[in-house]
Design a protein around this ligand. Sequence first.
Ligand code: BEZ
Length: 211
Amino acid sequence: MTLRLGDIAPDFTAVTTEGEINFHEYLGENWGILFSHPADYTPVCTTELGTVAKLKSEFDKRNVKVLALSVDGLADHEGWIKDINETQATQVNFPLIADKDRKISQLYDMIHPNASENFTVRSVFVIGDDRKIKLIITYPASTGRNFDELLRVIDSLQLTADYSVATPANWKQGEDVVIAPSIKNEDISSKFPKGHKVIKPYLRTTPQPNI
Ligand code: BEZ
């Protein structure tokens, strides 16, 4: 099955380092980030999981539940987590799916056979509180992800969900945002009381509404 933006994130039940998890129940009313990595006891993955553990409070602040996946088994996950805690000076504080039968990897198309027959690539899915897929990114095994960038995208997605705005290229927290084309000029002042600029009829900006 090809998953696309706007699709409902497929539900599943998984064996994880924090017990059996039903994905939709785990998400509850929250947003979610589901990400795969190629294998346990590998260097880049070790740094990624340590980084996510250190950023957990940032995901919590945004009501984002974190869930990682690899195709290794629970015993490997548990041994590897000890190494991550030791080498990355943190405590892994989110569940890691043991997808030994590759059911979830296949459901989310995380195995790209021309890159690797057996291992998952670095897939990322961000899921909204409506359980719809809001973002899909695929990285190769050799490139560790930039999780600050993923937090930035989540900030952008949550702004779009809560206000009728989009974010421009390289936007960062605190910078002006773009007013959605669907907003009529006559409605801008009431919707965006902090003011706005009309740079072109199709390019209208306003201060970030939620700060
Ligand atoms: C790593 O996590 O270090 C890694 C995994 C698979 C291929 C290359 C690097």
